[in-house]
Design a protein around this ligand. Structure first.
Ligand SMILES: *Cc1c(COP(=O)(O)O)cnc(C)c1O
Length: 399
């Protein structure tokens, strides 16, 4: 009999690597050519093939595989010419590697407010774009939420902003039928274990701009072997940059690419599975006067790999108590309103190196924001059980 009072699954356990990926990885291990430029005669290599696959998957002109999602973000910023002291607009509500990528160039993150839908606030964006000399918006779709992209791109155009999209949580999703990452000039993805395809670490960058693609390729540490890339621009473009771009070594290797290719081929199936889990959570929890689900922009086809809801801000003690009671029943919630950052959960207030201003709207949004992972190792029954525990404890915690 299953225990209805406690959930015993793990929120951090992903599915095993698929057999096809294990086989492909074993092949690479057996021949030993792990470095992406270490190729036998006539061999293309798994990294170049992954780039080709990702080019086809996104419809972008160029794709580059790198060492991590955060590395892809920093490389994109450099390839767009961001340099020391430049202001770069970005979300106040995102994961720490996003402002970290800006800080890695000694540029300055300029944080933009967050809406109740957990997306960037477009009015505040326009205000901050007008008030700073920022030329670049590093736009993050934290937890898979995207704003009205037509409206966003209008703001970007009005203020002459180049948009770099952080699609770490939207790989496999679309907005208005357009693949996530195809609205801006450049987009970055992560293949870290907790994202949508898993090689431990890994990142991808796409763009239609041949200059950006060439600069990013050289930055990633291509030596002069850029002709061994799967989805890069023409060699002539590299002539302008090959003697001026630094090598900031951050390549992907053939082993990880081999693991990723079968997962990418299967992503649509996984997205459908994630969305069933997410719909179960939404259906079971529903909206209530004591909690609220997060509004989704009608244009968005989300990947439901995590679930968020909001409780009214009754002070940190009450929410802490609720989080603790859920934990006691095996339900691991992340609380963005916690006074101190724990685990992966931090907000702009914790990024002191960027001298963050106070953003009252973001503070209000995150104060009662709760979040959990939905790994594909969960079943529909698991989600029903978890939602039941949340409902119980939400009810119990309110006088
Ligand atoms: C994970 C993540 C990144 C960075 O990816 P890594 O591969 O871990 O460097 C960037 N943005 C968001 C929103 C993320 O969750």
């Amino acid at each position: 009999m299953t225990d209805k009072t406690r959930f015993s699954g793990s929120f951090t356990q992903q599915e095993p690597i698929p057999e096809a990926a294990i086989e492909a990885a074993t092949k690479v291990l057996r021949h030993g050519r792990l470095h992406r430029y270490n190729l036998a005669d006539g061999e293309e290599g798994e990294v170049a093939l992954l780039e080709r696959d990702f080019q086809a998957f996104t419809g972008a002109k160029y794709a580059l595989a790198v060492a991590s999602g955060g590395y892809a973000l920093a490389t994109a910023l450099r390839a767009h010419g961001v340099s020391v002291g430049d202001n770069v607009l970005t979300n106040a509500f995102t994961l720490s590697p996003v402002p970290g990528a800006i800080a890695s160039l000694n540029a300055k993150p300029v944080f933009v407010e967050t809406t109740d839908a957990l997306t960037i606030d477009l009015d505040h964006l326009a205000e901050m774009a007008a008030g700073t000399e920022a030329k670049v918006l590093l736009l993050s779709y934290m937890r898979g939420h995207q704003p009205d992209m037509d409206a966003l791109m209008r703001v970007a155009k009005t203020h002459g902003l180049s948009v770099i999209e952080d699609c770490a949580h939207t790989m496999g999703g679309t907005w208005g039928g357009v693949v996530s990452g195809r609205h801006g000039v450049t987009a970055c993805y992560s293949a870290q274990t907790y994202k949508h395809i898993n090689s431990g670490e890994g990142g991808l960058l796409i763009t239609d701009d041949p200059q950006v693609a060439a600069r990013a390729t050289l930055l990633s540490g291509s030596y002069m072997l850029y002709d061994r890339h799967g989805a890069g621009p023409e060699p002539e473009i590299f002539e302008h940059y090959r003697d001026v771009m630094p090598n900031i070594s951050g390549r992907m290797d053939n082993l990880r690419a081999a693991i990723l290719r079968p997962q990418l081929a299967d992503l649509d199936v996984q997205v459908a599975r994630w969305n069933v889990l997410h719909e179960t959570m939404e259906g079971e929890l529903g909206d209530h006067n004591r909690w609220r689900l997060i509004h989704r922009d009608p244009g968005l086809k989300r990947v439901g790999s995590s679930f968020q809801f909001q409780v009214p801000d009754k002070g940190p003690d009450k929410i802490r108590d609720f989080v603790d009671r859920c934990a006691g029943r095996g339900v691991e919630l992340k609380w963005f309103g916690a006074p101190r950052a724990v685990g992966f959960t931090s907000t702009y207030r914790n990024w002191g190196y960027a001298n963050p201003p106070v953003l009252p709207q973001t503070d209000r949004v995150v104060a009662g924001l709760l979040d959990m992972r939905l790994p594909l190792t969960f079943s529909i029954e698991d989600c029903t059980l978890i939602a039941g525990i949340l409902r119980d404890e939400l009810a119990a915690g309110n006088p």
